[in-house]
Design a protein around this ligand. Sequence first.
Ligand code: ADE
Ligand code: ZN
Length: 336
Amino acid sequence: MDTFLQQIPKAELHIHIEGSLEPETMFALAKRNGIELAYKSVQEVRDAYNFQNLQSFLDLYYAGMSVLQTQQDFYDLTWAYLQKAAAENVRHTEIFFDPQAHTSRGIEFATVHTGIHQALQDAKEKLGISAYLILCFLRHLSAESAMATLEQALPYKDTIVAVGLDSSEMGNPPSKFQRVFDRAREAGFYTVAHAGEEGPPEYIWEAIKLLNVSRIDHGVRCVEDTQLVKYLIEQQIPLTVCPLSNIKLCVFDALEKHNIKQLLHMGLCVTVNSDDPAYFGGYVAENLQQTQQALGLSQQDIYQMMKNSFQATFLNPEEKQARIAELDHFMAISVG
Ligand code: ADE
Ligand code: ZN
C-alpha cells in the first residue's frame, strides 16, 4: 500500500507555497539575507509548531516568511517544493501564493511573482510537472487592499489561473470580498475560496453563491448542513481537503475522527492535499499514507480521490483526460 500511495499519479490543488518553507530553508535564507530569527535552532522552530487553532498557526506562518526577500528566495522556495512534489509523482499542481504577506513588508509584487513563476516554468521542462498559480487574498485585510492587489496582478493575468481567499476565516466571510471576486471573474480569473475550515456552513454557501467558486478549500464543516451536502454532491463541487492540517489545527481531535472517508462515500468530490506541508508534518503522499492507515481507505477509495483531483483541476478537458488515462494505466498495472 505504501508504494502504491507513493507512486500513484497525483494532482495537488491546495498548497500554500509559503507553507512549504522548511525550518532548514528558513535558517539558510535568514543567514543569506542577514535577518535575525526569533529561534536559535531548527529544532526550536519545529518545537514551536504546536498549534491550538488556525490563528496560532497563522501568527508563526507570517513571521516565518519574513526571510523571503529576493526573487531568488521565491524561486528557491518554489523549486524545492516542486522537486518534492515530482518525487511523489505529483503530475500537476495548483499553487497558492499570498502577495499581500510580502507587499505589506515592502517586497514588490513582481519580485514575488517572477521568482515563483520562473520555478514553475523550469519544473515543466526539467521535472515534467505542470503547475498553475492561484493568487490568494488575505481575508483579515480589507476588501480595498484585496482590490488593489487584484489591480497589481492584472499585468500577470496570463500566468495566474485563479484567485482565492485565505487567512483568518472567522469574522471574515466570503461576502466581504464579493465585489473583488466579481472584478476578478470579469478579468477572466477562475475563483476558489477557503471556507468551512473553522467557519460555519454559511461561509461555504456564500463562497458558492456570491463568489462563484469552482472549488471549496477545506469545506469539511459542510456536514453540519444536509442541504449543503446534497448541493455539493449534485453539483460535484470539489473540496480540497487537507487531513494533516486539520489535525494540527485541531479541526478534528484525531485522524481517526476525520470525516474525509464519510464525505467520499456520500459521493462528494473530495481530494487530498497538504496545505502547509512544512508546518503540518507532511507533503501529499504523507497525507495519503497517514489518512489511509487511520481510516482504512481502500485502493478504490484512493483511486477515486486521485481521479477527483484531476477532474477538479483548471487543466483543459484534453489535458485532464490525458492525466486520468495515465492514472487508469497506473491502476491497471499495479492493481489489475
Ligand atoms: N493560509 C495558509 N494556510 C491556511 C489555512 N489552512 N487556512 C487559512 N489560511 C491559510
Ligand atoms: Zn489552505
